[in-house]
Each structure stands twice: as C-alpha cells, then as structure tokens.
Design a protein around this ligand. Structure first.
Ligand SMILES: Nc1ncnc2c1ncn2[C@@H]1O[C@H](COP(=O)(O)OP(=O)(O)OP(=O)(O)O)[C@@H](O)[C@H]1O
Ligand SMILES: [Mg+2]
Length: 230
C-alpha cells in the first residue's frame, strides 16, 4: 500500500516566550497522492507554522511528520535538505526569485541538488516554464516580469523536480484578483492534469471554495470542512 504523501501525527509546535505560544496544538493530518487541499483560518491561527512543519523547514516540538512514509524526525539536516529538494516544492507569497538570474536559471536551480547535468537542467526548466505558460520568457530576468508572471516562475521552480508535494503559503497574497485567478487556475490544472499534490494556504474564501478539501486551522488545531459540493 502506498503511504500518504504526508502524514502528521500529534504534531505540537511551541515557540518559546513568556508565555510560550503553542502555535500547533496536536495536529493529525494526512494528504494522499493527487489531492488538492486548501488550508484556511484566521491570522495567527498557525497556518504558516503548519506549512513550515509540513515542509520540514521547521521541526515539531512533539510528534512526527512523515513524507512518503519516511519519518523525518530522525533525519539530520543534511538528509532533510535532500528530502526537501527531491520531494517538496515551495511557493511563497513573495516569490523568492533570484532577481539577477534569468528565469530559466531560477527554475533550473531547482535541480541543482540532484546533480543533474546543466543541459538536462535547462531542458527540464524549459519544459516547466512551458507548463506555466512562460516558455517565451526563459531568458528574461525577474525585474521585467509582472507579479503573476513571477509567481508562475516560482511555480515552475517548484514543479521542476517533480516533487511529491507542492506547498504554497498564500501564493496569491501579493497579486490582484485577476492575476490571482490565473495563478490558481494554473495550480488547479497542475493538480487535475498532472496529478500534482498541492496544499495551499489562502485567506481568500472564494479560492478555498474551489478546492475540494478544506482544512481549517484555529488556535493551532485543525478541523476539516466538508461543505456543499465536496
Ligand atoms: N518565530 C516565531 N516566534 C514566536 N512566535 C511565533 C513565531 N512565528 C509565529 N509565531 C506565533 O505563532 C502563532 C501562529 O503563527 P503563524 O504565522 O503560523 O500564523 P498564520 O495562520 O500563518 O497567520 P497569518 O494568516 O497572519 O499568516 C501566532 O500566534 C504567531 O504570533
Ligand atoms: Mg501565515
């Protein structure tokens, strides 16, 4: 039996302080291959903490995170880096592109860890750019792109290594509504056509309603909404 793409078991994340903040308060969650999941909840509820823990960018204080059945608790940072590079793709609100590097190189860099030869990195990066509709802009640098185009580059970088799971923290947070729609349609298409597994944090209820599975975070606890149409 195939393990879930990601599984959280009794995850607690406490930030030190006076008093300490229990940002995740016993989270159990599993996401299977091919799912698209929206993570919603008020500001400060723990959504980014959840996504960072899912992405092994942050370690739980208690509990465990399994990715493709691998328990990450025992892994040293070096191994976590490898796991992130090969199995996870990240998309952030603020794009995180290298401004001085061509779009093609921004995307191809997503394959550096794998030790893929340069020509092959570029071939795959071009294919990813075509998938996000930016095949023509490979040699452009990010400062010449619109917000929506930048985010599509970031999405190309996230998918270039064909990860098991794409994690997106408010990917449309810096975009106007029309551009947001385009970026979401792209994520929808990656999920529907390519079977990409995606978890997306959003404040936008319209967005969340388009996604079949919705997880709400409240004071560090998760619950599932099963609304009309799901
Ligand atoms: N590095 C940190 N140190 C201390 N407390 C933190 C840290 N990061 C987050 N917190 C606290 O943990 C809680 C959850 O924060 P988190 O960023 O996960 O919320 P969020 O749901 O992503 O909010 P937003 O919608 O505003 O992005 C908040 O109370 C926040 O103040
Ligand atoms: Mg957040």
């Amino acid at each position: 039996m195939t393990p879930p793409v990601i599984e959280l078991r009794s995850v607690v994340r406490t930030y030190p302080g006076e008093p300490p903040v229990r940002a995740l308060d016993g989270v159990d969650l599993r996401i299977d291959t091919g799912e698209m999941v929206a993570i919603i909840g008020p500001s400060g509820s723990g959504k980014s903490t959840l996504l960072n823990v899912m992405g092994t960018l942050d370690r739980p204080t208690e509990g465990s995170v399994l990715i493709d059945g691998v328990d990450t608790r025992e892994l040293k940072e070096r191994h976590l880096c490898g796991l992130r590079a090969t199995r996870l793709g990240f998309v952030f609100q603020s794009f995180h592109l290298i401004e001085s590097a061509r779009v093609l190189d921004n995307v191809a860099n997503g394959l550096l860890y794998q030790g893929v030869a340069r020509a092959e990195r570029e071939r795959r990066a071009r294919r990813a750019l075509e998938l996000v509709g930016l095949g023509e802009r490979a040699t452009t640098k990010p400062p010449k792109l619109s917000g929506g185009q930048r985010q599509r580059v970031a999405i190309a970088r996230a998918i270039v290594a064909e990860p098991s799971l794409i994690l997106a923290d408010e990917p449309t947070g810096n975009l106007d509504s029309r551009t947001s729609d385009e970026v979401l349609a792209l994520l929808d298409r990656l999920n529907a056509d390519l079977g990409a597994t995606i978890a997306i944090i959003t404040h936008d209820h319209e967005v969340a309603e388009r996604v079949p599975r919705r997880i709400t975070v409240h004071d560090g606890r998760v619950s599932e909404l099963t609304g009309v149409g799901s």
